[in-house]
Design a binder for this molecule. Structure first.
Ligand code: SF4
Length: 370
């Protein structure tokens, strides 16, 4: 594995772009699987800077976007109960389930509170013992340790009114699923730097051994992403393939051992349904039997039926086979104020990023000195 010294200076963007353009002798398709990277790419117009030789594909890197409707429906049924306070991250409130969003349930009187941390939900459970406090946990390996810690804390305090509706998903199995999809040809991967701060690089080494494509573990600033693309193109052009850490200011091969132990203590790996992709083996986390009392599925006897994959356009955007602007609903019947699909809700969703950063052409021209 290789570590790169990093560029963070914006004045180096033009030389990075020029270097990528010079190196590229044929078109390459490079996918990022991180909503933060997608937002940076769209915000700074990096796609336009690198075309026509480099296509940047946006993968399922937005946790809000990939949470399947069955979990939204379960969260809504919990929030409709008079004895439940449903706590979740802000963006989840607007994501459509099968028929409604949590915001609709709130308008109908449901007690839904947005929080930055699951630990705040534990505090709430201690202060409101007459209520059942359910934390709707979504996200990748980055948020899972804090949710695990909230369960450990709730167990420590002997709380009987705190539980977690756990919809956590894991990135490497999703990358593997996409590499097996015939509809999307991917030449190289920009792996999510923030996820790898927790997990380390082992699973990406395994993916690389199986599929033989370059994987660059990359940060989120424009220079990070351009350097990640540059390394991917260098590998592709020289027929070399390896795992490289671009985001070495935060990622180590071993990752955060303490966070990994917390995840292992509280969760076990399970198959999981992804919105827009379908069921992916070993791609989710569920609560282990030792902490079953804190599992909202168990406490409230919830049935999570596999969700119908509605709106194929949203699925194709999440799989990187359709650009948001190619969707007939984009900016017309689907807007941030009235989203049809999850990728239009969160700022990490590709469709929302494209709408939000409509100035990207202008910015990309300034990078290129036009
Ligand atoms: S514009 Fe709306 S309907 Fe189209 S893919 Fe994006 S979220 Fe889905």
């Amino acid at each position: 594995m290789k570590h790169l010294s990093e560029y963070r200076d914006a004045t180096l963007l033009k030389p990075l772009i020029a270097g990528i353009q010079t190196m590229s002798t044929q078109p390459w398709r490079i996918m990022e699987v991180c909503g933060g990277q997608t937002n940076t790419i769209v915000r700074y117009g990096l796609e336009q800077c690198l075309q026509p030789m480099i296509s940047l594909l946006h993968g399922p890197g937005c946790p809000v976007c990939v949470t399947p409707p069955c979990y939204l429906d379960a969260a809504q049924s919990l929030a409709s109960r008079s004895d439940v306070v449903l706590c979740t991250f802000g963006d989840m409130a607007r994501v459509p389930g099968t028929d409604k969003s949590l915001l609709d349930i709130k308008a109908e009187g449901g007690d839904i509170r947005t929080m930055y941390s699951p630990l705040d939900a534990v505090t709430l459970a201690r202060s409101e013992p007459e209520k059942q406090i359910v934390f709707f946990a979504i996200g990748f390996e980055t948020t899972a340790p804090l949710v695990a810690l909230s369960i450990v804390q709730a167990a420590h305090h002997g709380l009987r009114n705190f539980s977690v509706l756990c919809a956590h998903v894991l990135i490497p199995p999703a990358i593997e699923a996409l590499l097996q999809f015939p509809e999307v040809k991917i030449d190289a991967i920009l792996a999510p730097g923030h996820v790898c701060t927790v997990t380390g690089t082992r699973e990406y080494e395994e993916l690389h051994e199986m599929y033989g494509i370059p994987i660059v573990i990359t940060g989120f600033e424009p220079a990070d992403i351009l350097q990640g693309v540059s390394e991917a193109v260098r590998c592709l052009e020289s027929h070399e393939s390896e795992v490289t850490i671009q985001y070495s200011r935060a990622v180590t091969a071993a990752g955060n051992i303490q966070a990994q132990r917390l995840i292992e203590q509280v969760f076990t790996v399970c198959d999981r349904d992804w919105r827009g992709i379908g069921s992916i083996p070993a791609s989710g986390l569920e609560i282990v039997p030792a902490y079953q009392g804190f599992d909202a599925v168990d406490r409230f006897a919830l049935e999570l039926q596999p969700s119908p994959q509605t709106h194929d356009c949203c699925g194709r955007v999440l799989r990187g086979s359709l650009s948001p602007q190619e969707c007939p609903h984009f900016g017309t019947t689907c807007t941030p104020q009235s989203p049809i699909g999850a990728p239009m809700v969160s700022s990490e969703g590709a469709c929302a990023a494209y709408i939000q950063h409509a100035r990207h052409d202008q910015i990309s021209r300034s990078f290129q000195g036009r």
